[in-house]
Ligand binder design. Structure first.
Ligand code: ATP
Length: 805
């Protein structure tokens, strides 16, 4: 009663169609988003009450504007993490002998081994390629720079430097823009979505892997402010998705292996392992890898999966270690566990009284992270609005490449911070305008790969950098990094954040010593490490996994406590202003991601407020209607097949008693295979596609294998030919449908349904009334439309649009 009153009172004030306001929902239609505001910092009872009142509903700006965060795109389909326990499934399960079950389990471990191994080989290939290309590039440019230390011929090395970088970056951009756009960026947001249960188109395809791997080599070697570590996570996930299927759909090659794993939930587990193996190879952090998958993605978790993921991570880091050690000439060395090497922090310590100083750095890191995210967010909106054509995208990348190189050159040119080469362990000392026997300190930061620069900032002796050098480099690199992330090239976010943070962290350490020379301060490199952690935490807002990743990468457990504290504080400070960068990018794309927690302020909202009521029924008078939906309740139909659509009203129309749920992909296979029908079947499809299907053959002989063979690229329905005669036939869906789909009572709370979706990784939930009759449908998009927001201490609930792709 209360609810209907509320809905009534709100619906009369706006003409917009919204399930929240009118109780109706007619499929995918853009709706204005609303925010339910609270004016205080926390959600107490009275505020929760007030979310349901009319005064607190405010209408947001137009969502059709590209770059809006208040939207969900219908182009993202969900993955089916629920097992359809149908007749075929039970038949197959019963047919397995204990030996076969054991074989399946062993295969799981074998696949994880292959994933770890292949991921490490890819990491090795990326590392060596970048090393070779960057070495060639810098050696050539250095030759020209060394030839003209007088300064009047610097235009030659500068032009050469720009030309080489533009060429490298052009290759990366063309691969991504014209090859596979989903290979842009780090890929972490996309993998996060995949593990959450959303399929980002083409995200785990072979072509994506090739574009990503080759692209990242050229974007890093091309001097962009980006790293190769993030893309490794994406690469690991693609390897996992490919290896676990035992075939390549791209090359149309089926190795007839691992057929059992050709289903979404099995594949998801391997993708979690692949992402963990990617982190492990990137940072030499096997535990960090497992925790990364846990913290950032995995919608499903259990002990044996954790073990398998850990196994993949271990294999990955060990294989990479061996390969790199062999490459560096000492196979027994085994001191190269990851792509990025922070070096050993032996002897670099801190004192307990410095922890408050680290906390201040954490606050700075949080603020910088929030600034980074805000700038990048606005840049992305700009790109979405104005950088749409492919050639414009390539041009933007080239502009950034020229700017990055020019900045590097200008910094070396103007900052004449010369240091004696002496015992300094620098791989490519650049003399530039310095005296003989000296090198340019700025050169160690900008005339090398970002990984080398990080190591220099962490480990070069105290006096290696002048304050002005660090003060010039840190903001310049920060701005370049904000501009670079989101370009149409593969680019990781970790390294630019670490490098920027290491620069200002070291600056802080050096400044402390010069301001308070009497104090006993830790090493400048320690401050660089804390600055790196603070900036990284402020941008990506990960805590547990990042702590472990950084600890494993530094190899010094004593830095554990300050890193933990710093990451926590940086996250809190950053969260006060905006979300983590990955989440911002996910929202910009309109992905229906479900967060960890239900939107608590949606308390009071029920399934009937959010469900689709106008389920299009199967009608004999309708033929060839099309539907984009992917799941259809199967019911015992109560009314006449010729009935019109049930009227949409606040009194829910019923569609018959629920008997099961059938997926679009299953129907397509049934139609394709011309499954014979029994006309006596009383099962009716609530289904908008092709009514009264299908043939009159002998009796179906379909097996689960037929469905798996078609997985994951089910043919589009337009490719399935159905004759006129077949259109008059019926099909018995009972052996194929999921006979026990998750159903909820229409009066269940949204919070409860959210938990079901999140915990079980569901795609559809059928809403039923007290007689178990279907009254509606709820999908992930219906749930994801209700989001909590928080900004500067205020929190609220907003309802966002579902937009047609
Ligand atoms: P997926 O998440 O894989 O795309 P889907 O295509 O079945 O699944 P959505 O795209 O999430 O469904 O649904 C978009 C809207 O359509 C939602 O509001 C949902 O409630 C509604 N909807 C889903 N299935 C049906 C159906 N069989 N009949 C009518 N409406 C449906």
């Amino acid at each position: 009663m209360q609810r209907s009153q509320r809905m009534k009172s709100v619906s009369h004030m706006t003409t917009e169609d919204s399930p929240l306001l009118s109780g109706e929902h007619s499929g995918i239609q853009p709706k204005m988003s609303r925010r339910r505001n609270t004016t205080e910092g926390s959600a107490n009872d009275s505020q929760l009450e007030s979310t349901n009142s009319r005064e607190n509903v405010s209408i947001m700006g137009s969502v059709t504007e590209p770059g809006s965060l208040q939207k969900i795109s219908s182009k993202y389909e969900s993955l089916d993490y629920d097992t359809a326990e149908n007749t075929l499934y039970f038949k197959e399960q019963k047919s397995y002998t204990p030996e076969e079950r054991l074989r399946i389990n062993i295969n799981r471990w074998v696949i994880m081994f292959i994933i770890g191994f292949v991921t490490a080989v890819i990491a090795f290939a990326i590392d060596i390629s970048i090393l070779l290309l960057a070495n060639q590039k810098y050696t050539l440019i250095k030759k020209y720079i060394d030839r003209c230390t007088s300064g009047d011929c610097m235009s030659t090395p500068f032009s050469l430097w720009v030309a080489l970088d533009v060429l490298f970056v052009l290759i990366a951009a063309v691969l991504v823009v014209y090859g596979e756009p989903v290979a842009a960026g780090s890929g972490i947001p996309q993998i996060k979505c995949y593990l959450n249960g959303v399929l980002v188109p083409h995200v785990v395809r072979m072509k994506t892997l090739v574009c990503k791997v080759v692209g990242v080599v050229f974007s890093v070697a091309g001097g962009l402010a980006c790293g190769k570590e993030g893309p490794m996570i994406h690469a690991g996930a693609v390897v996992a998705a490919g290896v676990s299927q035992g075939r390549s759909t791209t090359f149309n090659k089926d190795f007839k292996m691992f057929e059992y794993f050709r289903q979404d939930h099995e594949k998801r587990d391997f993708v979690s392992g692949g992402a963990a193996a990617g982190v492990s190879a990137a940072f030499g952090a096997p535990i960090g890898g497992v925790l990364f998958s846990l913290e950032e993605g995995a919608s499903f978790w259990n002990q044996s999966l954790t073990w398998r993921m850990f196994f993949a991570s271990m294999v990955s880091t060990f294989t990479l270690n061996v390969l790199l050690s062999i490459y560096r000439g000492d196979a027994m060395d085994l001191s190269n566990p990851g792509l990025i090497n922070f070096g050993t922090f032996e002897g670099q310590t801190y004192s307990s009284y410095e922890i408050p100083l680290f906390c201040v750095m954490a606050i700075v890191g949080g603020l910088l992270g929030a600034l980074f995210n805000a700038i990048n967010h606005h840049l992305c909106i700009f790109r979405m609005r104005f950088v749409k054509k492919n050639w414009v995208r390539v041009i933007e990348v080239l502009i950034v490449a020229v700017m990055s190189t020019t900045t590097a050159f200008v910094l070396i040119y103007f900052y004449q911070d010369c240091k004696p080469i002496g015992a300094a362990n620098i791989s490519r000392p650049l003399q530039f305008f310095c005296e003989d026997g000296q090198y340019s300190a700025m050169g160690t930061l900008v005339f090398s790969t970002p990984e080398e620069s990080i190591k220099n900032l962490f480990h070069l002796p105290e006096t290696s950098y002048h304050v002005a050098t660090l003060a010039g480099f840190a903001p310049a690199y920060f701005l370049l990094a904000t501009w670079t992330y989101g370009l149409f090239v593969p680019s990781g976010l970790f390294v630019p954040c670490i490098l920027t943070g290491a620069a200002w962290g070291r600056l802080w350490g050096v400044a402390l010593k010069s301001w308070f020379p009497a104090g006993h301060w830790g090493d400048a490199g320690s401050y660089a490490l804390i600055g790196a952690a603070a900036t990284l935490g402020g941008v990506v807002r990960m805590t547990i996994s990042l702590t472990v990743i950084l600890m494993e990468a530094t190899g010094n457990i004593s830095f554990g406590i300050p890193i933990m504290i710093v990451l926590m504080i940086a996250k809190w400070v950053g969260d006060f202003f905006n979300e983590g960068l990955y989440d911002i990018h996910i929202k910009l794309q309109g992905v229906p991601l479900l967060g960890w927690d239900a939107p608590v302020m949606a308390v009071g909202m029920n399934v009937s407020d959010i469900m689709s009521r106008k389920l299009v029924c199967f009608k004999s008078v309708e033929k060839d209607k099309t539907s984009h939906h992917n799941g259809f309740p199967v019911v015992d139909y109560l009314g006449s097949a010729d009935d019109e659509d049930p009227p949409a009203s606040n009194t829910p129309a019923t569609f018959g008693t629920v008997r099961g749920l059938i997926l679009r992909s299953q129907l397509i296979i049934l139609l394709k295979q011309k499954v014979s029908a029994c006309l006596a079947c009383r099962v009716f499809i609530v289904y908008t596609y092709s009514p009264r299907v299908v043939s009159q053959g002998e009796g179906h002989k379909l097996k689960l294998k037929d469905f798996r063979d078609a997985y994951p690229r089910f043919p589009p329905i337009r490719n399935v030919s159905i004759s006129q005669k077949e259109r008059e036939c019926y099909i018995d869906l009972r052996p194929f449908m999921n006979p026990s789909p998750y159903t909820v009572n229409e009066n269940s709370s949204l919070l409860r349904v959210f938990k079901l979706f999140r915990a079980l990784g569901l795609r559809h939930i059928v809403a039923v009334n007290e007689y178990n009759e279907v009254v509606g449908m709820v999908t992930r998009k219906d749930i994801a439309r209700y989001r909590m927001w928080s900004h500067r201490g205020q929190i609220g609930l907003e309802e966002v649009h579902i937009l047609e792709a």
